[in-house]
Design a protein around this ligand. Sequence first.
Ligand code: ATP
Ligand code: ZN
Length: 210
Amino acid sequence: MIRLAIQKSGRLSEDSLSLIRECGIGFLSSTFKLKTEATNFPLEILFLRDDDIPGYVQDGVADLGIVGQNVLVEAGLMPLEVEPLGFSKCRLSLAVPRGQAYDSVNDLQGKNIATSYPQLLGSYLAERGVQAHLHTISGSVEIAPSIGLADAICDIVSSGSTLLGNGLREVETVFRSEAVLIANQNLSAEKQELLDQLRFRMQAVRRARR
Ligand code: ATP
Ligand code: ZN
């Protein structure tokens, strides 16, 4: 039996469940349960908050997980990635108030920037020689400039409508992300064999979708 952790409820949940079903794996899902067992594959599915998934896979609480690369890289656990999954595509972007002049990333020198991704943003700025004050907040990052908490923000964007609605303009792409399959690095031979079977099926599903 191999354990796969997926997001309990959020932007990854539905596509993660569809992928498992399209791999020919059947299971009963209930919105109240924290785990479920597949009916025709030795798989147990755990439903967790996405932010907790990389750490649980690293520690072996779960063998496998599905998370956004943004969360994986922010946690510093890139080596766990085994397979890109092609859904939940989004980008981590810098945005400034619409009326504010902006030419290049150098304009952020010494500014206050609100983000939930201090590691990803910190390395992006450091590579460009920009020193800014990063304020880590866990949600509603896009309102920070309007309440005077920050001069700029760095947040996940897909369409840009949330930024627009908050009077912000996207100025730089910091990181491009999609959902990825991650795996513990010390799987037993049996679990490694199950992972190989799952990856094979996932690759076939992706090819069929194209
Ligand atoms: P949780 O309660 O599990 O912590 P969350 O609020 O942190 O959930 P979601 O907003 O559900 O997370 O996003 C989960 C992941 O989906 C993100 O980490 C990112 O990889 C991806 N994602 C976020 N926003 C979008 C979007 N607008 N379009 C596509 N993918 C997105
Ligand atoms: Zn989260």
